[in-house]
Design a protein around this ligand. Structure first.
Ligand SMILES: [Zn+2]
Length: 464
C-alpha cells in the first residue's frame, strides 16, 4: 500500500471543558500516522481543531461568568497548549468561530437549500443539551433521561429547517457496503449497517430557533445552524484544498453523526467521501468510567510531566489495540515504564554503547536502511500495539543475544567476532530508533544522538 498523500483528521473537540486523556488519544494516533507517512515520503496533512458553538458552550460560558467568545478563546488556547506539550504537530488547527469557516458553513447550507434538500417544518421533541442531539423516547431511560448524561432531556417546540437525510439512505448504504466509504473496525461497520438498514432514516433538523451562539441560517437570520452540521464541515473548511481525507479518526460516541449525517451531507453536495472512518474505543480509569464527578479525569500533561511525553504516547498505543476499549491505570503505566522503557529499551541502548566504546568498535550511524514489512503492515492497518510489539520483539531478541553471547567475555577470546556482534547490535538500535520515531519522536532523536556521539545518558530515568 502507498499513499502519495496522507490527510488525517481528528474530531474537533467540544471546548466546554479542558482536554483529557480521551481527547489526547485520538490526537496522538493522528500525529503518529502523520509522522509515519511523512517518513514514507507522503505529502501529509493533519487537521485538528475546536468545536466552539452550541447551547452547551453558551451555558458553560454563562456559568463561568464570561461571554461565549471569551470562554471558547480560553479553552481553545488550553487545547493548543496541551497539544504542544504532547508534541502533537498538526498542520492546521481549525476553530468553528473562524470567519472563513463560518462563511463556508453558510455557503454549504445555502447550497443544500438551493438544491431543494431543505424544508421548513414544526419540530416537537426531546433534546439532550449534553449530546446536542434530539432524542426519541425509546432511546431514553424512564423520565426521559439521557442514558449518557443521566439528565432529563428538554422539551423543545420550534419551527425549524430540515435536511432531507432520508433521501440519501440508499446511497449511504451503498457507499458503506461497497467500502467506498470504509468503516473500521469491522464490528462497527456491521453495527451501523444493521442500524441504517433497519428502518427509514428521519430527516435531520439542521437549525435551531432558540440557540443564539451559532452560525446564522443565511436566508433566515433568526435561526442558527445546528452545531453538528457546523462542526462536521470543519473537515472541509479546514482542509485547505486537501480534500478528501485518507482517514478520519473518531471515538465511538460520535460514530452515528460521522457514519450517517456526514456522508449524506457530502453526497448531497457532490463532495468526495473520506476513504476511511476509524472508530476507536474509550479508556476507563482503573476500571471505572472517567468522569468529573468521580474526580478521576486523567490529565495527560500531569502524567507527561512525571514520565515524559513519549512514555505517555507509548503507553496508550501499546496498552490497548486501537479500536478496542481499554483501561488506564497509573500502576500499569508505571509498570510498563520500568519494564518496557527503562529496562528493555533504555538498558539495551546503554549496554551496547558502553560495550562498543570499551571494545573500540568501528561503526558509524546510518539512518534505517532495512525494510520491516511486518511493522509497515501493522501501521497501514492501524494496529499500533502490534507495530510496537514487533519493535519490542527486536529489543528483547537483542537483549537475549547479549546475554547469550556475552560480549565482555567474547572481547577477550575473539575480538573480531565481538566487533561484528556489537556492530550488528548498533545497526539494530538505529533501526529501532527509526521505527519508533512516529511513536516517540524525542526518544528516537535521543537514541540517534547517543548512537552517533557515544555519549550515554539514561533514556528513561528511574522513578522513585
Ligand atoms: Zn445526552
Amino acid at each position: 500500500m502507498d499513499y502519495g498523500r496522507f490527510f488525517v483528521t481528528t474530531p474537533i473537540y467540544y471546548v466546554n471543558d479542558n482536554p483529557h486523556i480521551g481527547h489526547a488519544y485520538s490526537t496522538i494516533a493522528a500525529d503518529i500516522l502523520a509522522r509515519y507517512w511523512q517518513g514514507r515520503g507522503a505529502q501529509t496533512y493533519f487537521l485538528t481543531g475546536a468545536d466552539e458553538h452550541g447551547m452547551k458552550i453558551a451555558r458553560s460560558a454563562l456559568a463561568a461568568g464570561q461571554s461565549p467568545k471569551e470562554f471558547v478563546d480560553k479553552v481553545t488556547d488550553k487545547y493548543k497548549e496541551v497539544w504542544q506539550a504532547l508534541n502533537l504537530k498538526y498542520s492546521n488547527f481549525i476553530r468553528t468561530t473562524d470567519p472563513e469557516h463560518e462563511k463556508f458553513v453558510q455557503d454549504f447550507v445555502q447550497k443544500l437549500h438551493d438544491n431543494g434538500d431543505i424544508y421548513q417544518d414544526k419540530y416537537e421533541g426531546l433534546y439532550c443539551v449534553g449530546c446536542e442531539e434530539y432524542k426519541k423516547e425509546d432511546e431514553l431511560e424512564p423520565g426521559n433521561i439521557c442514558s449518557l448524561h443521566k439528565k432529563p432531556c428538554e422539551k423543545v417546540e420550534e419551527n425549524i429547517y430540515f435536511f432531507k437525510l432520508s433521501k440519501y439512505q440508499d446511497k449511504i448504504i451503498e457507499a458503506i457496503q461497497s467500502k467506498k466509504f470504509l468503516i473500521e473496525p469491522e464490528a462497527r461497520r456491521n453495527e451501523i449497517f444493521k442500524f441504517i438498514a433497519k428502518e427509514p432514516l428521519r430527516d435531520l433538523a439542521i437549525s435551531r430557533s432558540k440557540v443564539e451562539w451559532g452560525i446564522p441560517i443565511p436566508w433566515d437570520k433568526n435561526q442558527t445552524i445546528y452545531v453538528w452540521v457546523d462542526a462536521l464541515l470543519n473537515y472541509i473548511s479546514g482542509s485547505k484544498g486537501f480534500w478528501p481525507p485518507q482517514l478520519q479518526i473518531i471515538a465511538k460516541d460520535i460514530f452515528r453523526f460521522h457514519a450517517i449525517i456526514w456522508p449524506a451531507m457530502l453526497l448531497a453536495t457532490g463532495y468526495e467521501l473520506p476513504e476511511k472512518l476509524f472508530i476507536h474505543g474509550y479508556f476507563t480509569i482503573n476500571g471505572q468510567k472517567m468522569s468529573k464527578s468521580l474526580g478521576n479525569v486523567v490529565d495527560p500533561v500531569e502524567i507527561s510531566k512525571v514520565y515524559g511525553v513519549d512514555a505517555l504516547r507509548y503507553f496508550v498505543m501499546a496498552e490497548v489495540p486501537f479500536g478496542a476499549d481499554g483501561d488506564f491505570s497509573l500502576d500499569r503505566f508505571d509498570q510498563r515504564y520500568r519494564a518496557d522503557l527503562a529496562n528493555d529499551l533504555g538498558n539495551l541502548l546503554q549496554r551496547v554503547i558502553v560495550m562498543a566504546k570499551n571494545a573500540k568498535v568501528h561503526w558509524e550511524y546510518e539512518p534505517m536502511t532495512k525494510k520491516y514489512p511486518e511493522f509497515d503492515q501493522a501501521m497501514e492497518e492501524l494496529k499500533f500495539s502490534e507495530a510496537l510489539n514487533f519493535v519490542w520483539k527486536m529489543i528483547s531478541e537483542a537483549n537475549v543475544r547479549i546475554d547469550a553471547e556475552k560480549p565482555w567475555e567474547l572481547a577477550k577470546v575473539d575480538p573480531e567476532k565481538n566487533e561484528k556482534l556489537l556492530q550488528n547490535l548498533l545497526d539494530t538500535l538505529s533501526d529501532i530508533a527509526g521505527l519508533l520515531e512516529p511513536f516517540m519522536p524525542e526518544t528516537s532523536h535521543k537514541m540517534i544522538e547517543q548512537l552517533r556521539t557515544g555519549k550515554q545518558e539514561p533514556l528513561f530515568p528511574r522513578k522513585k
